[in-house]
Every structure is written in structure tokens, then in C-alpha cells.
Write a protein that binds this ligand. Structure first.
Ligand SMILES: *Cc1c(COP(=O)(O)O)cnc(C)c1O
Length: 376
């Protein structure tokens, strides 16, 4: 697309280092001690600090959130041919590792109340696939899934639960951190997430032995022997000590980032509440989200594409809501349990600029463009 304006670019969600320079101090320490790789003090401390922040017993720092989901599936014992339930309304990284294991994803619909996995559809899926090995739950855009209901159903069926909390770091369901309800939780520090290490991920669990095992798999499954000996398939999935330094610095300002994200959401809410057809993403009573992205649905005359095009003309980034997995060409052959709810959220949904580097003037710019569409 050609350049249509000289106005400053406003992003959906971009990396935002601390004003204090915490990240640089930890990275400098890695350089000063020549602990660039492998592993080292920053990795160990980042694991402890993140585990304590979310209230989990143990954590393993990994190269990406996707790697963390992959190793969580291996920890869950998911193998060739096993069925894994996965929400359909998510980013493809939730589902791809199921395929890495040659397992079979079954996609589950959302409900309008949470935008996340629908408990009724989950029940139906258990009736259809009683042999299911694991369930992946996602907390979309930082909004908690309906955990009491979903965990109740999963416990009844005695299935391993993996929480993809890549988008919800710092968010709580009824006072408990999302990512700590299931057997395994995963977080992402990709560049667009609420805090970033440039790229990275974390697996958390209260099962310390299994977290130790995950670290073993992530470092090529090297048996304790002087020579290189391997009794299991290994992966190169560990986080580097430099990257972990960025993570430690970012974790210090996670609270500030959540406050800013919440401010952005509240601002849009106050600006757009009167606009016909606008509905905000659902923040439930039991939810204390991190507001990673502010998303709305449009059910009136103005369509999501109108908004996205108008914003792009002003050099402002926005996106549709994730396209459901059961609508993706790659995942077409796999089963889907539900109706048309996630499809409707996708068709009507739009993610608004939620970048924490925006100032009040930037927010006003976004708001004016959007409100302008309702004026003619
Ligand atoms: C970002 C994201 C991931 C993947 O994390 P990476 O660190 O980019 O591999 C997984 N699931 C969801 C829902 C995400 O948004």
C-alpha cells in the first residue's frame, strides 16, 4: 500500500521497553559475565520471577510460546492419533503443535459471553470423543475463559488441561492467575504481546518434576553421561540468557502496562458507547483481564472493513479478530463442534490499536477517525 499520510504510525501492539532501562541492565550483566549462552543467571531468575508473579510452583523458559505448547502436549503424553480439543477462535500457534505431534485437533466453538471456549460445546465434544487426551484452553485478548465450568467438565472426564495464556499474562479469573488452573500453562513474549523479550515463551506448572523434564527435552534430551547419549527425542527450545534479561526487566513493569491497556479500553468505551451497533469484548464479573487488545464487534451499518480502511488511511493499524481455525484451509479436514458463534465474532470483530506507547493525543486521533464513520 502506498504512503497516504505523513502522520505518525499508530500500532496495534508493539514492543515497549521500560523508561527506567531495567532490561538493558540485565542484558548488560549477561554481557559483562559472558553468559550470553547457554542459559545462565537471567534464565534461572526469569523462571523464578515469572513463576512467583503468576503463583505457580515452577517454570521453564523456552524459545517461544509455540514451543511451550508443543512441550506441554508432550508432557501430557499426546502422541500420534490422539484427539486434542482446541478452541477454534484463536491464533494458529495454539493448534499447530497438535499437528507436530501427529495428533488430531477437534475445534470447539466460542460463546458470546466470553468469546472463549463454550462449555456446552465442550460437553458435546466429550460425548463425541470420550477418548480425548488433552484440552487446550485459550484466554483470548486477555479475557478469561469460563474456568469454573470448563475445569469442572475437564475434571469430570479426567483429562489433561493445557492453558494457552499467551495473550493473558497478568490477568486473573476470580483472583487466580490465568495459566495456573490447568496441568500446564504457557505464556508468550513475542513482539506483539503485553511484555516481550523480542521472542520467547514460558511453561508453568505445579508439577516441578515435569517442568524439569520439559527443560531436559528443550535442551536436546541429553542423558546425564559424559558422552552425548540420548534415550528420547530432543528439541532445541531453550531461551537464551540475553533474551531472559529483557524478560526480567519487562516483568517489572507488567503492572504498568496492564494499567495502560485498561485505560485504552476504558477510553474507547467512553468514546464509542453511543455509536449504533458497537459492542465491546465481554469483561465478565469474575474477570480481571490484562486488556492486551481492545476488541469490538460491529452489528450495524458501519462494517469492520470500513473502520480498518479508514484507520489505515490515517496510518493507524487495526486487525480483524482471529479467523477461526475450522475456517482455515490448512485445518479444514478436522472436526468442529459448535454452531456459528466464533464465525460471527470473526465477521463482526475488529481489534483496535492497543499500543501502550500511545498518548492521549494518539487516542483522540483513533477515536476521531472511528466516530467520523458514524457522522454521515
Ligand atoms: C502469540 C500466541 C501464541 C504463540 O506464541 P509465540 O511466542 O509467538 O510462539 C500462542 N497462542 C496464542 C493465543 C497467541 O496469541
Amino acid at each position: 500500500m502506498g504512503k497516504l499520510t505523513n502522520k505518525k504510525r499508530i500500532y496495534l501492539s508493539s514492543p515497549h521497553m521500560s523508561e527506567e532501562g531495567y532490561e538493558m541492565q540485565y542484558v548488560k550483566n549477561a554481557f559483562d559475565t559472558n553468559w550470553i549462552a547457554p542459559l545462565g543467571e537471567n534464565v534461572n531468575s526469569f523462571e523464578c520471577e515469572l513463576a512467583s508473579r503468576v503463583g505457580s510452583k515452577a517454570a521453564a523458559a523456552l524459545s517461544s510460546g509455540t514451543a511451550a505448547i508443543h512441550l506441554a502436549l508432550i508432557a501430557a503424553g499426546v502422541e500420534k492419533g490422539d484427539v486434542v480439543f482446541c478452541p477454534t477462535l484463536t491464533f494458529s500457534a495454539t493448534a499447530n503443535p497438535i499437528i507436530y505431534q501427529n495428533a488430531t485437533p477437534v475445534f470447539i466453538d466460542s460463546n458470546f459471553e466470553t468469546w472463549n471456549m463454550c462449555p456446552q460445546s465442550l460437553e458435546l465434544a466429550f460425548e463425541k470423543y470420550p477418548e480425548v487426551k488433552a484440552v487446550i484452553i485459550v484466554h483470548l485478548y486477555g479475557l478469561s475463559a469460563d474456568m469454573d465450568k470448563i475445569m469442572g467438565i475437564c475434571k469430570k472426564h479426567n483429562v489433561v488441561v493445557i492453558e494457552d495464556a499467551a495473550e493473558s499474562l497478568g490477568g486473573y479469573y476470580k483472583g487466580q492467575h490465568t495459566g495456573t488452573f490447568g496441568d500446564y500453562g504457557i505464556f508468550s513474549f513475542n513482539g506483539n504481546k503485553i511484555i516481550t523479550t523480542s521472542g520467547g515463551g514460558m511453561l508453568v506448572s505445579n508439577n516441578g518434576d515435569m517442568v524439569e523434564k520439559v527443560r531436559f527435552w528443550a535442551t536436546q534430551s541429553r542423558d546425564p553421561a559424559r558422552h552425548y547419549q540420548h534415550s528420547e527425542l530432543g528439541y532445541n527450545y531453550r531461551m537464551s540468557n540475553v533474551v531472559a534479561g529483557i524478560g526480567r526487566g519487562q516483568l517489572k513493569i507488567l503492572g504498568e502496562r496492564i494499567e495502560k491497556k485498561k485505560h485504552i479500553f476504558e477510553y474507547y468505551k467512553s468514546e464509542f458507547n453511543e455509536l449504533a451497533g458497537v459492542e465491546f469484548m465481554p469483561v465478565n464479573k469474575w474477570d480481571s483481564p490484562n486488556y492486551w487488545l481492545s476488541a469490538i464487534t460491529l452489528n450495524g451499518k458501519v462494517k469492520p472493513l470500513d473502520v480498518m480502511e479508514a484507520l489505515e488511511k490515517e496510518n493507524i493499524e487495526s486487525r480483524p479478530v482471529w479467523k477461526p481455525m475450522h475456517m482455515q484451509p490448512f485445518f479444514q479436514e478436522y472436526d468442529f463442534v459448535g454452531t456459528d458463534i466464533s464465525e460471527k465474532i470473526f465477521e463482526r470483530g475488529i481489534c483496535l490499536p492497543s499500543d501502550t506507547k500511545m498518548n492521549e493525543q494518539d487516542l483522540k486521533r483513533v477515536s476521531n477517525v472511528i466516530k467520523g464513520l458514524w457522522m454521515n
